[in-house]
Design a binder for this molecule. Structure first.
Ligand code: THU
Length: 140
């Protein structure tokens, strides 16, 4: 069975650890809602993301998009994203917002996404969270 296809696959462990490290760097002076993300690429590289808020509010960037942009800046191309972890200390798990789902779809339409807090986790796929995504194919 592929790694990351089951919720308790040990392959998640180091990615979870990386996401909590990013979480510690969240810049969220307005919402105080800290989010961490870690994205694994096919070449083994791990890219961290945290939410970065802005006084204009609309300038805020979510942890998931920060991770995607960090990976893209290092050369990630579509189909190279392998797995994403998103962590918060919120009592309920935090799913990626709609805008983040769209940005993730650009790089992997079926990305396994593990959501976690300090006591539970849940496993989704991007296609489950964003069925019938609008992609570059729609522009051809
Ligand atoms: N946020 C994320 O970073 N990721 C999500 O999936 C949901 C929301 C951030 C944006 C903002 O800084 C804070 O959480 C509250 O919305």
């Amino acid at each position: 069975m592929d790694s990351f296809s089951t919720i308790h696959d040990p392959a998640w462990d180091s990615l979870l650890e990386a996401a909590w490290r990013a979480w510690a760097n969240a810049y969220a002076p307005y919402s105080h809602f800290h989010v961490g993300a870690a994205l694994l690429c096919r070449d083994g590289s791990v890219h961290l993301g945290c939410n970065v808020e802005n006084a204009s509010y609309g300038g805020t960037i979510c942890a998931e998009r920060t991770a995607i942009c960090a990976a893209a800046a290092q050369g990630m191309k579509p189909e190279q994203a392998l797995a994403l972890v998103v962590v918060t200390e919120a009592p309920t798990l935090t799913p990626p917002c709609g805008l983040c789902r769209q940005v993730i779809a650009e790089f992997s339409e079926d990305l396994p996404i593990l959501l976690a807090n300090r006591r539970e986790r849940a496993l989704y796929t991007l296609s489950g969270l964003l069925p019938h995504a609008f992609t570059g194919r729609n522009l051809q």
